[in-house]
Design a protein. Structure first.
Length: 229
């Protein structure tokens, strides 16, 4: 892509979406309210393949009935956990993963996720991804949100926008898209960039019927140029 720099796109979106609220991003909102990386990890796992609203309902219910800590979840009944998080879908598998993760953290790290997050980035990410139900994106969200490590989580919105801008290709592997975005937005606030791209994907750069005429960065976009022609 040679139309616009990452900094220009960041600045344009940052101005355009000045109304973004923390509540629009569950993991970030949980982090601001608790500064507890385990709660952020749980929120991120609950958010997999569901909406923020459903994630919040599951998170709040789980906190009230069971408590969101490695200690409480490690001894929780799986049926109770599953019932608490039923709003977010795949609740049985998510419940078993949360309980298993909690037991691993208790037995290996005294229940303290900081023991992992305070390791160097590559090591921390490798350990996180060894936990059940934790893939690249979930690990990157936790590392970026809680430690401000230089990771760039890629969801479906971000993958779509990166491809439309010409930063990456639609079928590029996750790590390749993430690496290209890190290079593209080098020097920018990655967490803010991550949130801006998600918001852009939700509001304007939609999968179906994107609102290209309203887009503040359409002059940077290869997809828009092809569409216009």
């Amino acid at each position: 892509m040679d139309n616009c720099s990452g900094a220009e796109i960041f600045n344009k979106l940052n101005s355009y979406y000045s109304d973004i609220k923390p509540q629009e991003f569950v993991a970030y909102d949980v982090w601001l309210k608790t500064h507890d990386p385990f709660k952020v990890l749980v929120a991120t796992i609950l958010s997999q393949n569901t909406t923020d609203r459903s994630t919040y309902k599951s998170y709040v219910t789980l906190e009230k009935r069971v408590g969101i800590s490695a200690e409480s979840l490690s001894i929780a009944d799986s049926q109770v956990v599953s019932e608490c998080i039923r709003f977010s879908g795949l609740n049985k598998s998510k419940a078993s993963r949360l309980i298993e993760i909690s037991r691993i953290l208790i037995s290996t790290y005294n229940g303290n996720l900081w023991c992992i997050l305070n390791k160097p980035l590559d090591e921390a990410k490798k350990i996180l991804m060894s936990l059940p139900g934790v893939g690249c994106k979930t690990a990157d969200v936790v590392l970026l949100t809680c430690r401000n490590y230089l990771t760039f989580p890629v969801d479906t919105h971000i993958r779509r926008i990166a491809a439309r801008l010409g930063v990456s290709k639609e079928k590029d592997p996750y790590e390749e898209v993430s690496s290209k975005l890190k290079l593209f937005f080098k020097g920018c606030d990655f967490l803010r960039a991550h949130h801006l791209l998600i918001t852009h994907g939700r509001r304007i750069c939609k999968a179906n019927k994107p609102l290209c005429s309203m887009c503040p960065i359409n002059y940077c976009c290869e997809f828009y140029k092809r569409r216009s022609n």
